[in-house]
Design a protein around this ligand. Structure first.
Ligand SMILES: Nc1ncnc2c1ncn2[C@@H]1O[C@H](COP(=O)(O)OP(=O)(O)OP(=O)(O)O)[C@@H](O)[C@H]1O
Ligand SMILES: [Mg+2]
Length: 340
């Protein structure tokens, strides 16, 4: 006799970003459905122990307002609070594969091994070598997530690294055969991922983010960061040129790094990038046409709604959810993709 266990009807995905924490509730189905989405701001200095209570309160209010039904949760940690590396090691007769991977991982983490949690998955292996993806996150960041989800009475199933979950959702939506470049234009960082047939080939985190535009404007106009942000979002006419200069500066530094990543990849593999896919808050700011022209690569926004139904979501918020909500949605769909 077999026990038939029913699958959960839906999942909550929480993206712990440095600018805001996003919450997405996705229900199982064909297609899956985004039932609710919302976000709360993170204090400018990031999540510190003394602010946890306040963050929990804000998230609790959000969860109540959204009338969230599901408690099963997948959280995403920013790749900035973590390390991801693709590592290749040569196998030896005297050690088993787990031992070799553990030793190499410890050697590659720039922190004390006691300060991090780490995990890995094997990308490729043959008799001589093994290639794996190592992910390590600072214990402090993980413990904040555990503390927050526990206080919210949520059932935490997993903590994923943001770029891996979004890559998996990207794969589900597009199933591209040729190499693509995924760009997460976050507030404090940009993650450049070269995604090749179901796997990340390169993951690069660079310390350039939309915060740089705010900092630039705040410095030039001698105003607070929060006020600089209002100026950007409201696109205030009187500050048009300062906004333009701030974006130009961000854009230039960003595109130089993207170009360098693409050239390194080309040099290593002799392959080219067929398409660029963008997400993250910077998607609202960056001019895709000009990026496309500069790099001569077709560029578009990841369209999560070509895979997920959104009939209950307010139409006015869809555009923002598409860019800033992708990571939280991918966390919420993780189990659905794996098990359906
Ligand atoms: N409509 C908009 N117009 C202009 N800027 C916007 C808009 N929506 C979001 N942003 C900017 O995008 C940024 C937030 O992006 P995002 O939500 O991707 O960051 P995050 O995921 O919290 O940060 P990170 O990934 O770096 O940890 C903020 O700087 C915000 O000002
Ligand atoms: Mg982010």
């Amino acid at each position: 006799m077999a026990l038939i266990l029913s699958k959960p009807k839906g999942f909550l995905g929480i993206d712990f970003g440095s600018y805001s924490i996003k919450v997405a509730e996705v229900m199982r189905g064909s297609p899956p459905e985004l039932r609710s989405f919302g976000q709360v701001r993170v204090p400018l200095e990031g999540i510190k122990e003394e602010e946890i209570e306040q963050i929990v309160k804000r998230l609790n209010d959000l969860i109540n307002n959204l009338k969230i039904k599901t408690r099963k949760t997948v959280a995403c940690i920013s790749s900035y609070a973590s390390i991801i590396k693709r590592i290749e090691v040569t196998l030896t007769d005297d050690k088993d594969i787990d031992e070799i991977i553990k030793e190499e991982t410890e050697a590659q983490i720039p922190f004390d091994i006691e300060e991090v949690y780490y995990d890995y998955y094997i990308i490729d292996s043959d008799e001589e070598k093994v290639e794996f993806l190592m992910a390590a996150a600072k214990k402090e960041a993980v413990e904040h997530i555990l503390e927050i989800t526990e206080a919210l009475n949520l059932e935490l199933i997993a903590i994923d690294i943001d770029v891996i979950t979004t890559g998996n959702l990207f794969e589900q939506i597009y199933k591209k055969e040729s190499p693509c470049l995924l760009l997460d234009l976050g507030a404090s960082k940009t993650t450049i991922t070269i995604w090749v047939k179901n796997k990340p080939h390169t993951i690069r985190d660079i310390g350039i983010g939309t915060n740089d535009i705010k900092n630039y404007i705040a410095e030039i106009l001698n105003i607070k960061i929060d006020d600089a942000e209002k100026i950007i979002i409201d696109k205030k006419e009187e500050y048009k040129n300062t906004i333009k200069d701030g974006i130009k500066e961000y854009y230039k530094r960003l595109t130089d790094q993207i170009e360098e990543t693409i050239n390194t990849y080309k040099g290593q593999t002799k392959n080219t990038i067929s398409q660029i896919f963008i997400y993250g808050g910077g998607e609202e700011i960056i001019d895709k046409k000009s990026l496309e022209k500069r790099l001569n690569i077709k560029t578009e926004t990841i369209d999560v709604f070509s895979y997920i139904n959104h009939k209950n979501i307010n139409k006015a918020t869809l555009k923002t959810i598409k860019s800033t909500g992708l990571t939280a949605i991918s966390a919420a769909t993780r189990e659905i993709i794996h098990n359906d």
